[in-house]
Design a protein around this ligand. Structure first.
Ligand SMILES: C[S@@+](CC[C@H](N)C(=O)[O-])C[C@H]1O[C@@H](n2cnc3c(N)ncnc32)[C@H](O)[C@@H]1O
Length: 396
């Protein structure tokens, strides 16, 4: 069933938002604000529908031709390549403002924007599917695969692995490089049996990654060398990691926070503990992944106490500052309760999902914190993904 739809907004998740004649909202992937579209409705629910573009009748002012040829082939890796740089920035700011107002009940938030250094070739970790042994990205909202031999947003050290790598029977492959060290690693899931990759690329199966002594890369960022194992999290690029650390340092510096104790929740391989953590007499890093904890123990000095435990189970300690960088689901009620028990006057929250940020903002306000500053860090150009840093001050 085809329908004419005008797009008036962008939704968390990156789709355009329009309305059907019966008043229901319709979400359309690949749409720009003010697009006039002919849409095929592919999913119908009582309160909303989802559709795909049959024809762009007239294009919104932010629409451009995607730079990467794989978009036209259906690759769902980057969902905002059809938007100009200005439209992407405006979209991210609006998504975050909207989430803070509608979900967080924050009145008129003043959302700042910090540009990343590169809009292409920036990602140093990618995850791909495998079709006939070759790397492939998924189509948007579909299990179908689109083979690729390069990627506009991947670091050039990754491109050679995408084009030359043979990944046999793996279902998924993670490719990670150290852009400043040249280290390269490929992890196959469930195994890496039968893989062929360029010279000097380490290969490991996910089933072996925790036992293998070589399944890591070293990356340089923020003046440190970081050991990052195949199964550990690291930011999308060293430049992205440095943006986060710089913003954290700036906010903590402006507020002249106490220097006794910092708590680093969801600490990963230790990015915040190893950098701004140096300002504090004592740092407590809380992280649940065994692999990240082992890396953090390698990366960090002895003034950081590393707790391998989930944040929800950790026994809170008093702190001057908490930095919390949760996964996509956000802090949720339990994470905010734990932060409240640290009685930290200053909390820096790093959110990678606008919806989770909005929900966490409401919980932080109820827990007695006031939003002092909020910035979108553009660490994922060409996509609708946001990284948001918000600074909170305790008012009780
Ligand atoms: C977005 S990453 C941030 C890592 C680190 N702060 C950084 O900047 O590199 C989130 C981290 O939280 C960890 N994690 C996820 N759920 C957790 C939980 N419930 N408790 C503790 N750590 C958790 C993940 O293993 C991951 O390392």
């Amino acid at each position: 069933m085809s329908k004419r739809v005008n797009i008036y907004d962008l939704a968390v998740g990156g789709e355009g938002v329009g309305r059907l004649d019966d008043g229901r909202v319709v979400f359309v992937a690949g749409a720009a604000v003010n697009d006039d579209l002919l849409v095929e409705v592919t999913e119908e629910k009582s309160r909303y529908a989802r559709g795909t573009i049959l024809e762009v009748v007239s294009a919104g002012e932010g629409r451009i031709k995607p730079a990467c040829r794989h978009v036209a082939r259906g690759c769902g890796g980057c969902d905002w390549q059809h938007l100009s740089e200005e439209a992407q920035i405006e979209g991210k700011l609006l998504l975050v403002e909207d989430a803070l107002v509608k979900l967080g009940s924050i009145v008129s938030p003043d959302v700042g924007y910090v540009a990343g250094p590169e809009s292409v070739r920036y990602r140093t970790t990618v995850r791909v599917g495998v079709e006939n042994g070759r790397a492939a990205y998924r189509r948007s909202r579909s299990p179908e695969l689109v083979p690729v031999d390069d990627c506009l947003i991947a670091h050039p050290l990754i491109d050679e692995i995408l084009s030359e790598g043979f990944f046999a029977d793996a279902s998924e492959v993670m490719i990670r490089v150290g852009s400043r060290t040249g280290d390269r690693l490929v992890m196959g899931e469930p195994t890496a049996d039968g893989f062929r990759v360029p010279d000097q690329v380490s290969v490991v199966g996910k089933n072996q990654a925790s036992k293998s002594v070589d399944a890591y890369i070293v990356e340089e960022a923020a003046g440190m060398q970081w050991k990052i194992s195949a199964r550990s999290f690291f930011q999308s690029s060293p430049e992205g990691a440095e943006m986060l650390v710089a913003l954290a340092a700036e906010w903590l510096g402006v507020h002249e926070v106490g220097d006794r104790a910092m708590v680093d929740l969801y600490a990963g391989v230790g990015l915040f503990s190893g950098t701004v953590g140096d300002w504090f007499e004592k740092v407590t890093a809380v992280e649940s992944s065994a692999s990240a904890v082992a890396d953090a123990a390698h990366n960090l000095d002895s003034h950081v106490a590393i707790h391998r435990i989930s944040v929800e189970q950790w026994v809170p300690e008093l702190a001057d500052v908490v930095i919390a960088d949760p996964p996509r689901s956000g802090l949720r009620a339990k994470g905010v309760e734990i932060i409240g028990k640290t009685e930290a006057p200053h909390v820096l929250l790093v959110s990678c999902d606008a919806g989770a940020l909005g929900r966490d903002a409401a919980l932080m306000t109820s827990a007695g914190y006031e939003l002092d500053r909020v910035d979108v860090l553009d660490m994922f150009p060409q996509t609708s993904h946001v990284e948001v840093v918000s600074g909170w001050i305790r008012n009780i």
